[in-house]
Design a protein around this ligand. Structure first.
Ligand SMILES: Cc1cc2nc3c(=O)[nH]c(=O)nc-3n(C[C@H](O)[C@H](O)[C@H](O)COP(=O)(O)O)c2cc1C
Ligand code: SF4
Ligand code: SF4
Length: 330
């Protein structure tokens, strides 16, 4: 049996959803697919040489890949020349500036011997700045599930998708890498409000950077923060205040299971008539829905219809510990 592995990083679960969906589709095509979530302290990183196809997924942070993801990829061993690899990245906006975020990743992977077949951008709801409307979150989730089928179809078809990275988008990306260092400086400014904190320990368990310790029963944040916003989003008591970026905090994960089951929510929040802030999303959805149509007749088993998706129970965050109900209000 052929084997695949997906290395991914996530803060609030969106990229885990995309990775899980791509795994579902690869498994459906007869692959045995492993998921490896990049976290600190580093567990032994699997050797990509043991796999036939290798995927890499990350959320875009300030037009860049997160530093921990970057470092993990940089330290992977070399592989047999031409090993097929693919990249997927999740982010809240379709802006072309996001394209450059994978430039260094592609370079590292090529140096190591991978043949990077594709670099796909999947829209998922914002976990910072402001909360997306429930109907848009629902549309993004359903769309990502369907795009997983397109990605797997194209990988197995050896189809290559290239992105154009202009020198000045690359320059903006490099300048905004300051976010990596800003996150570290801002890290110790995070604090949990003692009047709200329930001392449940969840924030420490879910932190991908191992940045939270407990002192006298309360979380204390250190310099290793990657600003993933996981602790802020999922603290059941909305107790965490993330230092200088507090005005940008979004509390509460997106309750995908409830949104999918809610028939009153349409799944075409972005459509041909969308105007205002989200107008720029129209082109992204126009193009990718056309791709879904392109593979529909061949990939009926992998493509989950919105109706089937609505039946499924989906928990985007599985940390091996008891999670608060996502719908629970602070
Ligand atoms: C610090 C930070 C910076 C972000 N920067 C961008 C950005 O430059 N462009 C964008 O479209 N989304 C940006 N986002 C939104 C995330 O990329 C998006 O919500 C992503 O799906 C989160 O994935 P995760 O749940 O796997 O962590 C940013 C999020 C954070 C926390
Ligand atoms: S997740 Fe929230 S309530 Fe739980 S320990 Fe952390 S700050 Fe306190
Ligand atoms: S401290 Fe919070 S925001 Fe920073 S890396 Fe850990 S979970 Fe993410």
């Amino acid at each position: 049996m052929k084997k695949a592995i997906i290395y991914y990083y996530t803060g609030t679960g969106n990229t885990r959803i995309a990775a899980t969906e791509i795994k579902r589709c690869l498994d459906g095509k007869g692959y045995a697919t492993n998921l490896y979530e990049i976290r600190k302290p580093g567990r032994a990183v699997p050797d990509p040489n043991d796999y036939d196809v290798v995927g890499f997924g990350y959320p875009i942070h300030a037009f860049n890949a997160p530093q921990l993801f970057h470092l993990t990829i940089k330290h992977l061993p070399n592989v047999d020349c031409g090993k097929p690899a693919f990249i997927f990245k999740t982010s809240g906006e379709p802006f072309w500036l996001n394209n450059a975020s994978s430039a260094s990743i592609i370079r590292f992977l090529k140096w190591k011997g991978f043949s990077v077949l594709m670099d796909r951008h999947l829209l998922m709801p914002y976990n910072i700045l402001f909360r997306y409307d429930d109907a848009l979150a629902k549309q993004m989730f359903i769309h990502t599930r369907m795009m997983a089928a397109v990605i797997v179809h194209d990988i197995l078809d050896n189809k290559t998708t290239k992105r154009t990275i202009y020198p000045w988008t690359w320059l903006v990306m490099r300048l905004l890498r300051i976010q990596w260092y800003g996150a570290r400086i801002n890290g110790p400014l995070f604090h949990a409000r003692k009047d709200k904190c329930r001392q449940c320990g969840l924030c420490s368990k879910m932190c991908p950077s191992d940045n939270i310790v407990y002192i006298n029963g309360y979380p204390k944040f250190s310099f290793d923060c990657s600003m993933c916003m996981g602790c802020v989003a999922y603290c059941p008591a909305d107790a965490i205040r993330p230092g200088l970026i507090n005005p940008l905090r979004v509390h509460g994960g997106y309750p995908f299971t409830r949104l999918l089951a809610d028939d009153s929510l349409a799944s075409d929040f972005i459509n041909e008539n969308t105007n205002g802030y989200f107008r720029s999303f129209r082109n992204y959805y126009r193009k990718t829905y056309a791709e879904i149509e392109r593979v529909r007749s061949q990939e009926r088993d992998m493509l989950i219809s919105p109706e089937e998706t609505a039946q499924s129970q989906f928990n985007p965050v599985e940390f091996g510990c008891d999670m608060p109900a996502f719908e629970e209000s602070p």
